[in-house]
Design a protein around this ligand. Sequence first.
Ligand code: C2E
Ligand code: CA
Ligand code: CA
Length: 583
Amino acid sequence: MSQQSTVIIIDDDPLIRLVVSKTLQAAGLSTVEAASGEEGLRIFKENKIDAILLDVMMPVGMDGYATCTELRNLPEGRHIPILMMTGLEDLESINRAYEVGATDFITKPINIPLLSHRVRYMLKGSHTTQQLLQSEQRLHHMAYFDDLTELPNRHFFQENLQQMIGLAQRKNLKLGVLFLDLDGFKRINDTLGHHLGDLVLQATSERLRKSIRVSDAVVQTAASQNDIALARLGGDEFTALLSLIERNEDAAIVAERIRVNLAQPLTFGEHELATTTSIGIAIYPDDGNTAEDLLKNADLAMYYAKRNGGNMYCYFSSYMMEMAVRKLTMENHLRKAIERNEFELHYQPQLDVDKACFNGMEVLLRWNSKELGSISPAEFIPLAEETGLIIHIGEWVLRQACIQAQVWCSRGIPLERIAVNVSAVQLLHRGFPAMVGAILAETKLKPQVLELELTESALINDVDLVISILEQLKSVGVQLAIDDFGTGYSSLSRLMNFPIDRLKIDQAFVRNLEQNTDNGAIAAAIIAMAGSMKMKVTAEGVETNTQLDFLKNKCCNEVQGYYLSRPLPRDQAEAFLLKKLCE
Ligand code: C2E
Ligand code: CA
Ligand code: CA
C-alpha cells in the first residue's frame, strides 16, 4: 500500500483553505494549511509534503510568485509539484506562474470537482517525470503553449480533454468540444500577408478570451459550474472545451456568444477585415468517448457549418458521419472508375430554333459504379473537383467526346457542335489549353466543333490569368460558352472582357416561365443583351411547349431540354441524329 500523500494549501483566504482541504480529504489525501507564503515555507521545510497548492494573490507578505521562487530554491523543493491558483482572465499571471516554476495552474473561482482530479494527476506525474522536471520549467510552457497567441496548444488540449473525459465519466456529466475555424483566413493570409494573418490570429484569441469571461452573465448561466478551456490547435483552428455541462444546449449558448464576438470586423491600420467563424460542436458522451473521436466529430460538424455558408455553429450528428463515410467510399471507387470502365457519356441534343432541326449535342458524364450503383454527376463531380480527380476524369471525357464526334462526322453525321463541360479546377490547371489542342490533333476533330462550357465561378478568379487562358483556348480554335448563366456573379458588362461565344441561360430562369414573369423578363433580357454583344444564346431545361414558344419568340438561338430530348446513350444519340440533324 502506498502511503497517503500530503498536500499543503497556501492561501490567505480561510474559506478557500477550508473548502479545498475538505475536497482533497474526501479524495483520500491528507492536507496541511498555511495562511501565508512565509508560513507555507516553514511548514514545508519541517514536514514531508508531496504537493503544494499555492494562491497567487496574497496581499500581506510574500505573494504566490515569491513563495514559488523560494520553494524552488530549496533542495527538497526543486521537484515538488506546485499547482498555482490564478485568476481566469489573466494569462499574464499564468505565464508568470510557469516562469517562477509552477507545475500547473488552476483558475479561480476554483472548479471544485476539477480540483482533486488535478492534484491527483499532478501527484501521479511527479513520480514518473522527476527527471524530466529537472529541465527548465520553461520547457513545460513551450510544450503546452502556443507562442503566437499564448493560448494552450494542441498538446495541452488533448491532455486536458483526456483528463476531463475521465472526470466527466465519474461525475456522470457532459463535456462540450467546440471546434472553431476562421472563414476565409487563407485569403487574408495570401492577399494581405502573414504578418496581418498573425495579427488576426492574435486578435481572435483575445476575443475568445473575452467571450468566455466568467464575469459575463450569459456565459455564467450557460456554464455556471464549469471551466472553459481555450486552445489553438494550429493555423486558424481553435478549440474551446466546456467541462462538466449538464445539458447539450449549454454548448450552443457559448458557441453563439463566441460566434457573435468573432464576427465583429477587425481594423488594422487602413484595413477593415470582416472575419467570421464556423464552429462545430461535439458532446461527450453522446458523440464519442475518446478525445480523438470528439475532436474529429467536432471538426466534421465545423465543416458542415462552413459548407452551409460559415459564420454559424453546428452540432455533430450521426448523419454527418454517414455522409463522410459515403464520401470517402465514393472517392475510393471514383479513383478506379476509369480503369474499371464505369464511365459512359450521354448526349443531349440541342435544337437550332430557326431551322427547327438539331445541330449540337451536350456531353454529360454518367457513372455506373459496380459497388454503389448509378450516381448523379451532381454528386460525384463536386467530389471529383474537391479531390482533384476531375483533372484526369475531365481529360478522359474530352478525349472520348472528340473521338465520338469525329466518328459521327466520318459516318456522315456532321455535328456543328459538341459541347463539353469543363470545371474551374480543370480550366485553371496548368497546360489545359495545350491539352485541348493535343486531343484535337490526336482525334482530328475540327476545333470549331468543340465547345467548352465554363461556369461563371471559373471566371471570378484571377481575371488576368483567366483571360490569358481563354485567349489561348481561342487560338486553339474552340468555342467558349458560359454555363448556368444568370446565377453567378458576372454581369454581362464584365463578360465583355472575356472572349466568350455563347451564353447558356440557367434552367432556373426557364422553369416556370409561364407563371413567373420575372423569370421570363430575365431570360428575355439575357437573350437581347447577348445578341447586342454578338454572343449566341442557348436555353436549357426546356420542358414544355409554352417555354419553347416563349424562347422562340425572343429569338433564342438554341434550346435544349427534356421536352426535345433527354440525354441519350451513344447508340440512341446516333439514331436520333440520323433522323433529325440539320442538313
Ligand atoms: P449542366 O451542365 O447544367 O447540365 C444540365 C443538366 O440538366 C444535366 O444533368 C441534364 O441531364 C439536366 N437536364 C437537361 N434537360 C433538362 C430538363 O429539361 N429539365 C431538367 N430538370 N433537367 C434537365 P446531369 O446530367 O445530371 O448533370 C448535372 C451537372 O453535372 C451538369 O450540369 C454539369 O455541371 C455536371 N457535369 C455533367 N457531366 C460533366 C462533365 O463531363 N464534366 C464536368 N465538369 N461536369 C459535368
Ligand atoms: Ca452544361
Ligand atoms: Ca447548365
